[in-house]
Write a protein that binds this ligand. Structure first.
Ligand SMILES: [Zn+2]
Ligand SMILES: [Zn+2]
Length: 114
């Protein structure tokens, strides 16, 4: 099954699409203030890993690569940065894509099709 992330805020459910939040009921993007509160909630509930996973699946869908899952670090420690958004990456904390072995970024990118 594909990973999902849905949170409830002020009695409304919001789903993480991989790029942003949308209301589960009408798929409308909430205002920035709501999105910020949802992101704060993600940190508070320690759901960042799940959020990253959903973003990763979305990235793979965009480039047409099947999702095979992620794994914790297998080899040596690697500290690098994301080719797509230049964010710092560290496989002591971040999962790796099973298909390409690259470290997953919060933007969803791995090394598949790079
Ligand atoms: Zn990135
Ligand atoms: Zn990959």
């Amino acid at each position: 099954m594909e990973p999902e992330l849905t949170l409830e805020l002020d009695g409304r459910a919001y789903a993480w699409t991989g790029e942003g939040w949308c209301a589960a009921a009408d798929h409308i993007q909430p205002p920035a203030a709501i999105a910020q509160r949802l992101n704060a909630l993600v940190r508070e509930l320690n759901l960042e890993r799940q959020q990253r996973l959903v973003s990763h699946v979305r990235y793979l869908q965009e480039i047409g690569v099947p999702y095979r899952g992620v794994q914790a670090r297998r080899g040596c420690v690697r500290v690098t940065y994301c080719w797509r958004c230049k964010h710092d990456l560290d496989n002591r904390f971040d999962d790796e894509c099973i298909s390409c072995g690259w470290i997953l970024c919060g933007c969803g990118a791995c090394g598949c099709r790079h």
